[in-house]
Design a protein around this ligand. Sequence first.
Ligand code: RBF
Length: 169
Amino acid sequence: MAKKKNLSAYDKEKVPEASGMRIGIVVSDWNSDTTGALLEGAVHTLQSQGINAENDIIIERVPGSFELPQAAALMIQSCPVDAVICLGCLIQGETRHFEFIAQAVAKGCMDLSINTLTPVIFGVLTTDTHKQAQDRAGGKHGNKGDEAAITAIRMIAAKKRLKSDENIK
Ligand code: RBF
């Protein structure tokens, strides 16, 4: 069986220098106990990597996960942010809403990141049960908010490297 990766156990030394980066976080109110824990993890990790929470972390709350891509787009358009982290929690219900919302949000985040060349991080849990969501928001499977924060920092650094003059041959 393939080894499962859990980025919550990241190696701090390997994370790029993050001070001065400006990060937007859009967080959904649905299943707010879980999304609150994801938010806490993300902010804590960004701060522990040297990002100033007061000036350089911009947080916006939206009603549900479906609203995340539009709020992220508005943030990219109106605030100077280097990346946006989208945090949500979709729990499988009795109807097919889950599938439609999950697909739409994933595609919305991907399209936005490609079209704006701003990293948009998909920190949305999609689980069968509330317990599985809690296990991934500060429980036995780590905190996917932490992982989203590290991914944002790494993608900002990657963008900087790929756009730098060193790559022009
Ligand atoms: N939003 C979530 O973030 N997580 C959910 O588990 C979730 N389940 C939903 C189930 C139904 C039947 C409906 C109608 C909405 C749900 N939403 C959920 C809200 C959705 O993301 C969005 O806010 C609303 O559909 C309004 O556009």
